[in-house]
Design a protein around this ligand. Structure first.
Ligand code: HEC
Ligand code: HEC
Length: 390
């Protein structure tokens, strides 16, 4: 009894004694290092003439929090992408003017997205920022209303001029698209911080075993499952833990009796019909690699019920999970993968998922690893020097 107490006391006062490092193989080590460094390089969005422009960033910040852009005057982007809630809303599915059928993803780190939305219906950050403005369930506005607000509000008009070198003109659609580009320029500055996993990964990369041993042992064991038996990194790979593509992992996609969410299949149809893609007249880069991807992506039957592979950074702040918020806790998500029902997976092609049949302690370990992918402080927008503008 006394010996046990003494051992406990020793653990409490000298945490170093409790630290250990699993004997990761060279292959595991290489796989771990590939999940960094963080943040990854980024070079701006060539399709957005406001990208990186301080005036556009400041205009975007004002618009992001402006309820005056919605039909009712009560909903702003921040209603569903609240900086205090990891730039999301903690709801299962979002509510604007009406309920929508999907869970709001965080807008942090979206500057690295290839496709946007759970279904990839848009191919740029500016285009995915226009969608909610006019969606009748979200903000219910129109290009004319958005343009009128920019023209009529002196400070917004001034910031617009500073960002785009001309006052908001008569072409309402042009002003509307520029509002989306300013919103994108602002969101591009929202990047999540370094996590306990990043510290561990960097320590391994420089072969600093003492520093690496500071990473909780449960997270190390969970990481081993993530890379090994779980094969999670087949889809959740790279520094953002996503391949940026779409997959079906057997999450039910009924949204109401007799109504389904077609996922990527519907997203590609919307992309084809949109005037606001990287290929359209509002894009500043219609022939780069990203535009080529938009031009060549094809819709196939297997896209039905596929959803985007989400980033796994900042999970601690973005519950509930999955495209319709069906899973409340990370434990529920891991249990889903552990017990996955193969009959649910209707997509043909390569079969990468199988029930993992994890023990309870292994589920805890995998959750500990997933929790280590969030930073101590919430993602923040970069400060810019904003002189007053009238
Ligand atoms: C009613 C809640 C609501 C409002 C208001 C709202 N959003 Fe969203 N947002 C969502 C939901 C839900 C999704 C997922 C949509 C989908 O998958 O089709 C989303 C997706 C996004 C995405 C894509 C993120 C990603 O990782 O693909 C961006 C960017 C975004 N919103 C920006 C904005 C901006 C900018 C505004 C304001 C103009 C805004 N949102 C207003 C709920 C909202
Ligand atoms: C075949 C590709 C694939 C594999 C393999 C895979 N995932 Fe996923 N993951 C997805 C997709 C797609 C979604 C979103 C599904 C949806 O919403 O319908 C997702 C969602 C998640 C989410 C929810 C994130 C959020 O923000 O909502 C977590 C957590 C997660 N996966 C962890 C894991 C873990 C742990 C493993 C390994 C046991 C794993 N994934 C294996 C594709 C995959």
């Amino acid at each position: 009894m006394i010996a046990a107490l003494l051992a406990l006391l020793l653990l409490a006062v000298t945490p170093a004694l409790a630290q250990t490092l699993l004997d990761f193989t060279d292959d595991e080590r290489r796989a771990i290092v590939r999940h960094g460094p963080w943040p990854m390089p980024w070079s701006g969005d060539a399709s957005n003439r406001g990208s990186g422009n301080a005036g556009a960033i400041e205009l975007g910040r004002r618009l992001f929090f402006d309820t005056g852009l919605s039909a009712s005057g009560t909903v702003s982007c921040a209603t569903c992408h609240d900086p205090q809630r990891g730039w999301s809303d903690e709801r299962r599915v979002s509510r604007g003017l009406l309920d929508v059928v999907r869970n709001a993803p965080t807008v942090a780190d979206t500057r690295w997205n290839r496709w946007f939305g759970w279904d990839g219906a848009t191919d740029s950050l500016w285009s995915s920022s226009l969608r909610p403005l006019v969606d009748p369930r979200e903000m219910g506005s129109t290009p004319a209303t958005v343009a009128a607000r920019l023209r009529a509000t002196p400070e917004l008009a001034c910031l617009y001029r500073r960002a785009f070198d001309a006052p908001p003109g008569d072409d309402a659609e042009r002003v509307f698209v520029d509002a989306g580009k300013a919103l994108a320029a602002f969101q591009e500055t929202i990047v999540s911080g370094a996590t306990p996993f990043d510290d561990f990964r960097n320590a391994l990369a420089r072969d600093d075993r003492a520093a690496a041993a500071g990473y909780p042992i449960a997270a190390q064991r969970g990481l081993r499952i993530f890379l090994g038996a779980g094969a999670c990194n087949l889809c959740h790979h790279g520094p953002r833990f996503t391949n940026g593509e779409f997959a079906d992992i057997g999450i039910p996609f009924f949204v109401a009796p007799g109504m389904v969410d077609p996922g990527r299949h519907g997203g590609l149809q919307a992309l084809r019909g949109s005037p606001y893609t990287r290929l359209g007249r509002f894009s500043a880069a219609r022939d780069d690699e990203a535009a080529l991807a938009t031009a060549t992506v094809e819709r196939t039957h297997r896209n039905f019920g596929e959803f985007r592979v989400p980033s796994l950074r900042e999970l601690a702040r973005t519950a509930p999970y999955m495209h319709a918020g069906s899973h409340a806790r990370l434990h529920d998500v891991v249990r889903h993968y552990s017990e996955i029902d193969l009959d649910r997976l209707h997509a043909d092609g390569e079969q990468v998922l199988k029930p993992l049949r994890l023990r309870d302690d292994e589920i805890d370990d995998l959750v500990a690893f997933l929790e280590s992918l969030s930073a101590a402080t919430p993602p923040r927008a970069r400060d810019v020097d904003a002189e007053t503008c009238r």
